[in-house]
Design a protein around this ligand. Structure first.
Ligand SMILES: [Zn+2]
Length: 357
């Protein structure tokens, strides 16, 4: 069994650093990506290692190839018994990467958002089942959330659900299930804590309810969609209907473009350009559109009909420079630097540095 340190690529580092083998990320447009599942891959797959580009599109070599200067590492848990243990394993991987692998560093404050030649990472929680099991009282779950934050630092966001319904509300595939009492309690808890709520896995009903509850209770909570495309361009429940996309942007939130084939088109990779163009043209899109490619590992992926998960043109983080060039050539008004980095960085600067009187 490989140890956490081996998985974090420490022993492979001398070969990575061999002079000239990889461009410095600083020689490219820096990229800030809002979502990947590297931690779940490291926690779950036997033999997993951050150097294995054949396993996952966000290996360290791919991140460096793509100029990824800031990457959100999701702590993902399915809603099932043991969800909090699985999340804790991912916390350990986050700490090992940031403390033991010199190619990574943790983002803990605004000053850490300045790109350099490392991959700066920040954790997020994809599904609140990561800190709260489905059955039992809520309070210990909220205490565990606080403990996780004290371990990994500020969170980029929390999503209440994954694909399916849980104690907090409805997921993408649970149509009419909105915000539940525990979801309201979680939002109350998040008030003023500068942790955005992520709508990418919310049912439409849950997303509407989250906005309504925030307004009704006058809660100070930012709302984003970290890895979602636009439903008018590709009619999948994981993509945002217009009214939700516009509401996220109207409130100063971010929407991260997702690279998964299922949320783009069955056969046509260039439909991803249409997603970028659509988001860019929405009111507030120039400041709210960002990237959230959603690279995860196809190893032990249970739905063979969804393979390949990604088109070869955007199958890994190393494709970012070519994609940004292509998008800029097709969308004349596009600011590649704002889309790729600045919009996300500015969102977190504002979130963390604003005064709360
Ligand atoms: Zn996801």
């Amino acid at each position: 069994m490989p140890t956490l340190i081996e998985k974090a690529g420490i022993w492979a580092k001398s070969s990575v650093l061999a002079k000239g083998k990889y461009d410095s990320p600083m020689s490219k447009q820096p990229v800030f990506d809002l979502h990947c599942d590297l931690l779940a891959y490291l926690a779950k797959e036997p033999g997993a290692n951050v150097m294995k580009s054949e396993d996952i599109g966000v290996s360290l070599p791919r991140l460096q190839e793509g100029g990824v200067a800031a990457q959100v590492l999701a702590i993902y848990s399915p809603t099932s018994a043991g969800s909090t243990d699985f999340a804790q394993q991912q916390v350990e991987h986050f700490l090992t990467l940031t403390n033991r692998n010199p190619q990574f560093r943790a983002i803990r404050a605004s000053r850490d958002l300045e790109p350099d030649d490392k991959v700066a990472v920040i954790a997020s929680i994809e599904n609140a089942s990561g800190f709260c099991e489905e059955f039992g009282p809520l309070k210990p779950g909220l205490r565990l959330l606080s403990a996780m934050i004290s371990q990994v630092g500020p969170l980029a966001y929390i999503s209440l659900t994954h694909h399916y319904e849980n104690r907090f509300g409805g997921g993408n595939y649970s149509d009419n299930v909105g915000l539940k009492a525990d979801g309201e309690a979680l939002l109350d808890f998040l008030h003023g804590k500068r942790i955005p709520v992520d709508l990418s896995h919310a049912s439409d009903a849950l997303a509407h309810d989250i906005f309504s509850y925030i307004d009704k209770e006058a809660l100070d909570i930012a709302v984003i969609a970290s890895h979602s495309n636009f439903r008018p361009v590709c009619g999948h429940v994981r993509n945002l209907p217009d009214e939700l996309a516009q509401e996220v942007l109207r409130r100063g939130g971010l929407i991260g473009i997702n690279f998964l084939r299922a949320y783009i088109h069955d056969t046509e990779p260039n439909k991803l350009i249409d997603q970028v163009a659509y988001g860019w043209a929405l009111p507030g899109g120039h400041k709210g559109l960002a990237l959230g490619a959603d690279f995860f590992s196809a190893l032990s992926f249970p739905f063979p009909d969804r393979l390949p998960l990604f088109f070869p043109e955007h199958a890994h983080a190393g494709t970012y420079p070519a994609l940004l060039k292509l998008w800029k050539s097709r969308i004349p008004t596009l600011s590649a630097s704002d889309l790729a980095y600045e919009n996300a960085a500015e969102f977190f600067r504002k979130l963390w540095d604003s005064r709360r009187d």
